[in-house]
Structure formats: structure tokens, C-alpha cells
Design a protein around this ligand. Sequence first.
Ligand code: AHR
Length: 494
Amino acid sequence: QNSDVSIRVYPEKGNQVISKHIYGHFAEHLGSCIYGGLWVGENSPIPNTKGYRTDVLEALKKLQIPNLRWPGGCFADEYHWMDGIGPREKRPKMVNNNWGGTVEDNSFGTHEFLNLCELLDCEPYISGNVGSGTVEELAKWVEYMTSDGDSPMANLRRQNGREKPWKVKYLGVGNESWGCGGDMLPEYYADLYRRYAVYCRNFDGNQLFKIGSGASDYDYNWTDVLMKKAGNKMNGLSLHYYTVKGWGKDQKGSATNFTDEDYYWTLGKSLEIEEVIQKHMSIMDKYDKDKKVGLMVDEWGTWFEVEPGTNPGFLYQQNTMRDAFVAALTLNTFNKYGDRIQMANIAQVVNVLQSMILTKDDKMTLTPTYHVFDMYRVHQDATYLPLDIISQTKEIRGRNVSLVNASASKKDGLTHITLANIDLTNSQNVNIDLSNTKISKVSGRILTSKDIHDHNTFENPNLVQPQTFNGAKIANGKLNVQLPAKSIVVLEIQ
Ligand code: AHR
């Protein structure tokens, strides 16, 4: 079956840029994200570049990741950065209380992280310890990383082998301060934020972009209080939104074994992020009408039960075509709000939650979500082009959801449109009117699979991967696209 969809793109109304930082990532000391995922150490039999897994490094370079948030998450508010510098064999160990009670040997610390960001050519996003740390500790960390002077922390860094400071722009002042980051009330955290912000200084031309620890989901009061009391001291305020069925025991459901109803539920829940960000943004508008403070969705993605047989504290989950749709719909949504959303970080980059990459010993596989990020790279720093869609809808979680979801942008003379047909059985006959844009050529890539449960494994790593798409044709100056059921497409239009 084939139903008709009309899309009208308005290139003349394109007046805001989709920040590349919306395509950002997150790496926490959690499960095998850092150890085994990004870092194996120089002496590992696993092929590595200065201790970083070469396969993962190459895959992330290809993705052009714009930023990487570290060291947490909840871990950040128990992390003491001084334990992670100097000779590795002398670094003190700690227990990772948040994630499985494993012993953290601190062999991956500030130098290892910031050097990784340099190798990846991405901006580091440091998440500072407010929950169990001190103002002095965070202030000194900033000095250690960014001061070029004859200052105590800069000299300590030099002693540890790094002469020149790194460039560190993004600084998170705590994480989930309402929960694992200190269980604070918003009024208390707002005061604390202000105090930390004073002492986290700009050294030698490095300009910090300070990010307040924001709300989760539907906690609009947190955003209100923070904006009211400290909004004028912030460059950004974060927001966390997970696509999760429930936080109770066994409520999250399996990542790979789900019904059609679960599939649509998950997509509906992921789409609800739009309403949530709109509400947080309208509160921000109340206090900051010029949109100076960025909304930083620095944790988002699917959260399912861990893979059977794995440590529940490691949050290791598989990643199917369903996850690919969550990524596609969420990124299409973020693209719309470039006037307020300045960054987003999917959780997490390797082996944790909705990851880009899964590893096991020396094996690696790219997930369907990785492929979506790869296809959507074209939107990074491009001009957002508004569009309208008229399509059949499906009732999901009490709302009418369009079966086709899309986003368009323009950069370097090329227009790109990302399309997702969430319908599990029906293809769509999509007619796209690009207003006055002259179309001379169209090409595309498609991500789809026979079965929505399909995913890549170490034995079959390429089951789900993008293919060339030949279903778009130019007809009477417009585009006609035959969009197969359960498919994600990126079109390049010249
Ligand atoms: O991403 C996993 C955890 O989810 C993070 O550590 C925390 O910030 C959030 O609750």
C-alpha cells in the first residue's frame, strides 16, 4: 500500500543555523564506555593509537563528532580530577559507586580525555563535580586545563608532560544536581551555581561557556527557578530526556524483543521531547527573551533493560532499527529549534545505552544509530529550512503522529532533506515542493531493514547499514520520493 504525502519546503524562510553541537556525544566512566570502549591502553593486544582503540577512533573521526561530554553523568559528581593525572601507576583508585561498584583505576584522566578530543578534532565538554567536590577543586581544574601562565596548576600540568594548555570551552557546573549530583533543591543549586561560576575563570584567552545543571523531563519548576535566579550568569542550561518506559524494576523492556505496539509507543515517547523542550524554552523566554542562554539537551536517547547476562550497572544494550528511528525523529526535532538549542548529546558514545558503537574484546560493530548520525552529518552548521508536511497520521499515546517526519537544510549550495517513514508496513508516495529552488540533480542514501528488530552483531556487523537510494525522481520541477515502509532517507539536492 502506498499513501500520499506532501511536503513543502520554504528556503526563503531559512534564517537560523543548526548548530553542529546538536550532533554531540557523551562518554561516562560507566560499564565499558571508557575502558574497553574508547581506551585500552598502549600495552593492549587490541590495536590502538596511543592507548585509544584504533577502530573506534576511526569510526568516530568519520562521524565528525563535534563535541564529547565527560566524565559523567552521575560519575562526574564523585570524580576528583587530581586522582587522574600524573604517572598512571601512581594514580589512586576509587570505587565507581554509581555504576556497578567497579574499581576505577583513574588510568583515563584529564590528559587522556583532552588528547582524545584533539585527535577527534572535537570540542571537549567537561562536566564538573559540584555534588561532592569543592569550588576550589573545580576552579583549579579549569586552571590546570586552560592556563598558559606561570600559575601553580599550569606548572603542574607542564610537569605532567603537557606544555601548552588545551582549549576547553564547555564547562558543566554539576550534573543532575536535583538527583545523583547532590539531591539539591533548585533554589540551593542556583546559589551554588552562581558561586562556582565566579571562580571558574577565563585564562589566557580561553573563554568558558558555563552550563547550569538543568531539569529532567517535565520538571519545569527547576528551569523556572534556575532561569530566575541564575539565568543571567549562564551561557547554557541543560535538559535530560530519555525515551524510557518506566524507571521501576523490569519496566524498561527489551532492546531487541518488542511488539509493534512497543515500537510505536517508543517513537511516540521520543517525539514527546518536542512538547517538553517547547515548555522549557517558553520558561527560558520569560527570563531571556533575546535567547542568550542556550538549551543544552546534554543527555537523550533510549533506555532499555540491559542485555541478558550483562552487569545491570553497566547499561549495555543492543541497538535496532527502532533506535535508528528514535535518533532520526529526535534529530529532526532538534534541527527546528536552532534559535535556542545550542547543543545535544546522545547517551552514550560506546557500549552504554543508545550507543554509536558496540565493542567486545577486539571486535567492534557500528549500530543503526551510528548510521543515522552519519547520514545526518549534512545538517551540521547548515541553514535550517522550515517545512510543512501533510501526511496520514497514527494515534500513538493519545496523539496523532505523522507517519512521515522530515527536516531540511542548506549548506554550500546543496539542500539536504532527511525523511523517516515510521509506518511498519506501508510505503509512502512523497511529493516535495521546494518552492523556487531549481532542482537539477537528486541522490540519496537509505537505512532500512527487513525486520524492525534487526541489529548489528559482532558476528554479522553489517546487517543494518545505509545503501544508495534510487527512489527519488525530479518531476515537473518537484521531487517525487517513493519512501519504503520503515525507512530513513537522506536526499542531496543540487
Ligand atoms: O547516562 C546515564 C545516566 O543517566 C547519567 O549518568 C545520569 O546523568 C543520567 O541519570
